[in-house]
Ligand binder design. Sequence first.
Ligand code: HEC
Ligand code: HEC
Length: 392
Amino acid sequence: MQKFRIILPLFGALLLAAACNKKADFNFYYYEPEDYALISQYLNLPEIPDDYRSELPIHIANLGLAARPVEQDKAILGRVLFYDKSLSKDGTVSCASCHKQELAFSDDKKVSTGVFNRAGDRNSIALGSVLNFSAYYGTDLFGPSGIPFFWDNRANTATAQNIASMTNPKEMDMTHSDIVNAVQSKPYYAPLFKMAFGSENVTSDRVSEAIAEFVNAIGSYKSKFDKEATKTIGYNVYGNAAYNSFSGFTAQENLGKTIYLNNCASCHSETQSRPQKLKANNGLDVASADKGVGSITGSPSDDGMFKVPLLRNIALTAPYMHDGRFATLEEVVEHYNSGIQAHPNLSPELQPNGSPLRLNLSESDKQALVAFLKTLTDEEMITDARFSNPFK
Ligand code: HEC
Ligand code: HEC
């Protein structure tokens, strides 16, 4: 029987379409049979490789955002690396330890725990809070409009981000040569590196590049909110879907959406597409124990400023804020309702009259806002096999 080897990323959609047509006629395979047999002793990877390309829904695409093409072979390798605990000093921690798929790639601790049970400094950022990293993250690709990584925006690229995590003593605590040795010691990587890079040669740059490709492939845009927004755009091409009331929402969810648009969207985005600001102070404290962006730039005007996260999957990612201080969404809403502190860098929209804003929401308004935030959960992403743990 004739066999083909599909090299997906090189030829893109055209080849894939052709390949799909031919699937009925030929026995396609991606891996050499002996490689697949070897890999399969350790990993559950499908014989026909996963497709990591993504198409953003119309209400997002209309804003001019697009997911970049993913290099499939690198993403496949990156997925294995993301879940591999041997990439840590004591063999107990992988990226996925602090970025759990079922929690939208966050964890449920106030601050994350790394190797040797070392406590980290901050709350894990939910990778599933982001629409799609490849659409606007990284100053290497998007210049000053690119969103940098981490709560304090200290990493400019996805590769710099993951090298920082792997070498952080409170996270995985590896050196570059530790990383190379760990990967070389596992038999399943040789074929995966061959597929991704054309040779089995392992370098920390290649490891980092593959992980970045997997992280770039993660995307979340199939929530109830997205489905309603796309539907609404369908009959209102020129309008902003976020502002219409959604037919599939309850009255409470629509009320919550209005409250959100009036009070939260100027930072967190109307459409959960891209944050409106790179950084802000949202009045957590009078003085910041953690200076956030200020600890990186050294500028007092950045003290207490932190990344403005998107709120996708927010119902899954408690506890909240850079230090995990709030256990529930109700506590978060109460913060914005009555708890905003007068910080020197407090964002102007949170002190419209020169003193910290008090929203004075009624109990039912607060519940409506929480109900709206719950429509941002994407059940498909958290169960998508392409992003799941491949280890047997
Ligand atoms: C010990 C827990 C831990 C491990 C292990 C870990 N992370 Fe994280 N991750 C965090 C925390 C905590 C933050 C926020 C840290 C900060 O901002 O200072 C974070 C932030 C990030 C971000 C930034 C997201 C954004 O929107 O800015 C990305 C991406 C990320 N991690 C991916 C990874 C990858 C890939 C790995 C594996 C190489 C990894 N993490 C390993 C805890 C962890
Ligand atoms: C001035 C900009 C701004 C406005 C307006 C704003 N936020 Fe935030 N929000 C932030 C920033 C900055 C953070 C991160 C702060 C930190 O952790 O130090 C944040 C964090 C959050 C988080 C926690 C995210 C996480 O992953 O832990 C939630 C939930 C949230 N905001 C909801 C809201 C809601 C609901 C409103 C409206 C009532 C609102 N925000 C209005 C800037 C803003």
